[in-house]
Design a protein around this ligand. Structure first.
Ligand SMILES: Cc1cc2nc3c(=O)[nH]c(=O)nc-3n(C[C@H](O)[C@H](O)[C@H](O)COP(=O)(O)OP(=O)(O)OC[C@H]3O[C@@H](n4cnc5c(N)ncnc54)[C@H](O)[C@@H]3O)c2cc1C
Length: 468
C-alpha cells in the first residue's frame, strides 16, 4: 500500500489535468497526478477498434443514460479525451461566453478577457487546416450539398503536426490513439515537460473517495489489482471530467457539499445520418472529418453540422436492423457518406449515484432540444438528396461526447459548485477547471476552452501560493 504526500494532487490526467500539472511543476511545485486509465504511447495504443473501446474508455467503451437512448463516450487513459478525440480546436464566441457570464455572474467570460488565455493555449499546440487536396469524397459531398442549398461551410481546424496524408494515412485510426504522434494530445504536448520537472504520475490508479482532515486532503484510491492506497496533499485539483468529478464528490460526502453537485449536465448530443450513394465514397479514408457548417442561422438555431464517419464497430451500432439485414447494410460501408448534427442542448441532465455507488445519468432529448435536432437532421437529408443519395439512414443512437457540467462555476454558492477562483465554494484547497465547471452548453468544441481555463486557474493557484 502506497502512502504519498504532496503539495498538489491532481485527479485525472486528461486535457485539464495534464496542463495543470505542466503549469504547476514549471513553477517549482511538488505535484502528483493520478489517472485511472493506462499510459500508452504511439507504439502501444490498441490496434483494433474493439480493444481500443475497452481499453481507452470507461464502461467498456460506452455508458448509457437511464433510458439507454444516449450513449456517452468517456475517455479513460493518460491524456484523457485528447487521446481519442478529433482535436478540433475552436475558441468560444461571444454567444457562448456572454451566456456563461449571464448564468454564472462572472464578468470575465467574454472574448476580450479570454483572449490572452486562448493565445497561451494555442501557443502550446500546432493547429492546422486539412489541405484541400486531401479532403475525401465525403467532404466533397458536404461542400457540394452546402453549395446546392446556398449555405456557408468552412474547413475545420485540427491540432495536428504531420498526419502523413501523402502516405495514405487514414485519421479514423487515431480515434484509438495517434500512432504518428501527430495529434496534439496533452500526453505529447504537456506531459513530457511536466515529468521532466518532477511530476509523479500514477496511472491505473482510480481515486474512490476524498476526505478532508484539518488542512490536508486525503484521497483513497485503488490500483489495477484492486489494492488500496492513500494519497495526502495540501491542495487537490479535480480533473476527472464532468462525470468523474461528480461521482467522486458524491461518493465522498464532504462537509458543506453543494446541492448543485451533479446538476447542469450537458453533452452536445450528436446524431449521425448516412447517405447511400451508387458510387464509392470511402468516407473513412484520409482526414475523415474536415468540414463544418458556418451558417449564422444554424448557430442561432443551436445546431452545427460536420462531415464525419465512424469505424466499423461504431458504424454497426448506428445502422438499424439485425442479422442478415444488418450485415447487408454493413457491406455497403464504402458507399455511405455521413454527416452529424450536434446540438447546443438547453435541457440539462443530472449525475447521481445509485445505492450501490454506480453512476446514474438522467439526460433526455426533449422539448426544444428535440426540435433543434430535427431541424439539423432535415438539412442533412437535403444535403444528401441534393447530391444524388439513393437513400438516407438516420443513426440509431445519439452520442454524447462533450460531457460538461456537474460542478458548474459561478459567483453564487447557492447556484454553483466552483467559485470564480476555481475553488469549491466551501473548500478553498480543492480546485477545478475542467469540463465539469461549464455552466451550460456552448455549442462549440470544448477542449481549447478547457485548456484556456486551466491555464487561468493554474495562474490563480500559483499567485495564491506565492502570496501565502
Ligand atoms: C470521440 C471523441 C471526440 C471528441 N472530439 C473533440 C474535438 O474534436 N474537439 C474538442 O474540443 N473536444 C472533443 N471531444 C471532447 C473532449 O475530448 C473533452 O471535452 C475533453 O477531453 C474534456 O477534458 P477534461 O480535462 O474535462 O476531461 P478528460 O480529458 O476526459 O480527462 C479526465 C480524465 O480523468 C480520469 N478519471 C476519471 N475519474 C477518475 C478517478 N476516479 N480517478 C482517476 N482518474 C479519473 C479519466 O480516466 C480521464 O482520463 C471529443 C470527445 C470524444 C470522446
Amino acid at each position: 500500500m502506497l502512502s504519498v504526500i504532496d503539495d498538489y494532487l491532481i485527479l485525472g490526467a486528461g486535457v485539464s489535468g495534464i496542463i495543470m500539472a505542466k503549469e504547476l511543476t514549471a513553477n517549482g511545485a511538488n505535484v502528483t497526478l493520478m489517472e485511472a486509465g493506462e499510459h500508452f504511447n504511439k507504439d502501444t495504443y490498441p490496434q483494433k477498434e474493439i480493444d481500443a473501446n475497452s481499453k481507452l474508455y470507461w464502461g467498456g467503451g460506452i455508458e448509457l443514460n437511464h433510458q439507454a437512448t444516449i450513449g456517452f463516450l468517456r475517455p479513460k487513459v493518460v491524456g484523457g479525451g485528447s487521446i481519442v478525440n478529433q482535436a478540433l480546436l475552436d475558441r468560444f464566441d461571444n454567444v457562448a461566453l456572454e451566456s456563461w457570464s449571464e448564468v454564472s455572474g462572472i464578468k470575465d467570460f467574454n472574448v476580450e478577457k479570454m483572449k490572452a488565455w486562448y493565445e497561451k493555449a494555442e501557443s502550446g499546440v500546432k493547429i492546422q487546416e486539412i489541405p484541400k487536396e486531401y479532403r475525401n469524397a465525403n467532404a466533397d459531398i458536404f461542400i457540394q450539398g452546402f453549395k446546392n442549398l446556398g449555405y456557408e461551410c468552412a474547413p475545420l481546424k485540427r491540432a495536428q503536426s504531420g498526419c502523413e496524408y501523402e502516405k495514405g494515412n487514414d485519421c479514423i485510426q487515431c480515434l484509438s490513439g495517434c500512432k504518428l504522434d501527430s495529434k496534439q494530445s496533452t500526453a505529447i504536448t504537456a506531459l513530457p515537460k511536466a515529468l521532466e520537472n518532477g511530476l509523479k504520475l500514477f496511472s491505473q490508479m482510480e481515486a474512490t473517495r476524498i476526505e478532508q482532515k484539518h488542512d490536508l486532503i486525503i484521497v483513497h484510491a485503488v490500483d489495477k489489482n484492486k489494492a488500496h492506497h492513500t494519497f495526502k496533499a495540501k491542495n487537490l485539483i479535480l480533473a476527472s471530467g464532468a462525470v468523474g468529478n461528480s461521482k467522486l464528490l458524491l461518493s465522498s460526502k464532504l462537509k458543506n457539499a453543494s446541492l448543485m453537485l451533479g446538476k447542469n449536465f450537458y453533452t452536445h448530443p450528436q446524431f449521425m445520418s448516412l447517405g447511400l450513394y451508387e458510387k464509392e465514397i470511402a468516407a473513412h479514408k484520409g482526414p475523415f472529418q474536415a468540414m463544418k457548417s458556418d451558417e449564422p442561422h444554424f448557430r442561432i438555431s443551436k445546431f452545427k453540422l460536420e462531415n464525419v464517419f465512424a469505424p466499423p464497430v461504431g458504424l454497426a451500432m448506428l445502422l438499424p436492423g439485425f442479422g442478415k439485414k444488418h450485415m447487408a447494410s454493413m457491406k455497403k460501408l464504402r458507399h455511405y457518406a455521413c454527416v452529424e448534427v450536434a446540438i447546443r442542448d438547453q435541457v440539462p441532465g443530472s449525475i447521481k449515484l445509485t445505492s450501490s455507488g454506480r453512476v446514474h445519468i438522467t439526460k433526455e432529448l426533449k422539448g426544444d432540444d428535440f426540435q433543434t435536432y430535427k431541424r439539423g437532421e432535415k438539412v442533412i437529408h437535403q444535403i444528401f438528396y441534393s447530391t444524388g443519395a439513393t437513400k438516407v439512414i438516420n443513426g440509431e443512437l445519439s452520442i454524447g461526447l462533450h460531457l460538461m457540467g456537474g460542478l458548474c462555476i459561478g459567483e453564487d454558492s447557492k447556484s454553483s459548485v466552483v467559485n470564480p477562483d476555481f475553488q469549491l465554494h466551501h473548500a478553498s484547497n480543492i480546485f477545478c477547471a475542467d469540463s465539469s465547471i461549464f455552466p451550460n452548453a456552448p455549442g462549440i468544441n470544448p477542449s481549447l476552452t478547457i485548456m484556456a481555463l486551466t491555464l487561468k486557474a493554474a495562474d490563480r493557484i500559483m499567485k495564491k501560493a506565492n502570496h501565502s
